[in-house]
Unconditional design. Sequence first.
Length: 392
Amino acid sequence: MENFNYYTPTKVVFGKGTEEKTGELVREQGCTKVLVHYGSGSVKKSGLLDRIFRSLDEAEIAYVSLGGVVPNPRLSLVYEGIELCRREGVDFILAVGGGSVIDSAKAIGYGTANEGDVWDFYARKRQAEACIPVGVVLTISAAGSEMSDSSVITNEEGWLKRGYSSELSRPKFAVMNPELTMTLPAYQTASGCVDIMMHTMERYFNQNDNMELTDGISEHLLRTVMKSAKILMEEPDNYSARAEVMWAGSLSHNGLTGCGTGGGDWACHQLEHELGGMFDVAHGAGLAAVWGSWARYVMDAHPKRFVQFAVNVMGVQPREDDTVTALKGIEEMEKFYRAVGMPVCVKDMGIELTEEQIVILARKCSFFGSRTIGCIKKLEEQDIAQIYRDAR
């Protein structure tokens, strides 16, 4: 196993009605003015935003608000938020929504607390030295951003989707009421479940000698999310299944399932980021669309890892030939994706990839030929292009 640091300072307030405690939690931060950041009209229509405002009013917390976050959150709105925070003297950001809102809030926090262009951090030009503290009221189980150190932003100039990670942005608290996710459409619920699973699978697939305990946590988390996802396709208001998925989302991306793994592979996320940037697809759906092609392309570099996944996660009976077992595990995962309405190729999302688009995607994913991705197998630009072809 590899040495590791594990740091999860986020205070979690989990359960029914917990959004009513938001004002109290913000007041504990000792801030003077809050930016309430949110997405579309859903938080308004549901009455959640009004409840948050009321809670802040009761706690005598001054605030301003900024909505409009979309999936694959945009840099232009981040710039708008930075300007608002500086003008209003904001010293705390409350994200009310899912991963896109939280990621946007973190980016605003970086941009407000540091001089220069916030995109420099996402473009790997420099490192942030500070971040305005962020708190979360979670409405979507997916990204795990409510306890993670990462955020992903899309720059409309070139449609580049890039991530940045820093411990500075880990939220101070996360309010997590599973009831708030019950009105999500089935597709969004399933996409979120895939995203949760992929955060663990990216860490699970590596070239190291993993800790048995970390592997066991990862494998059980994956099985739990698959079981709960299937339940939610039939019973969207099942509180227990919603709670399992919501808690799994946080544990999957707060570092727990990466302890001792050396960091993991993360190639699928890089592949999907370019699809998301070019076609604005749902993140979890994009991950499902490329995963099978990625897995088949790299499994020969570490077949025993894929065998362990097939047996311990997907319930495959081991064959004499490791390749057969590994392939069966990949097929079973794709069968799960189909069962919850997720794609297993790009065409399933209504996209007909052209060769020209594949070349552009691979070029961007390799940072214009300047990097490789993945650790199971180091993928160069031509490998990336082939996986996109296989995923058509």
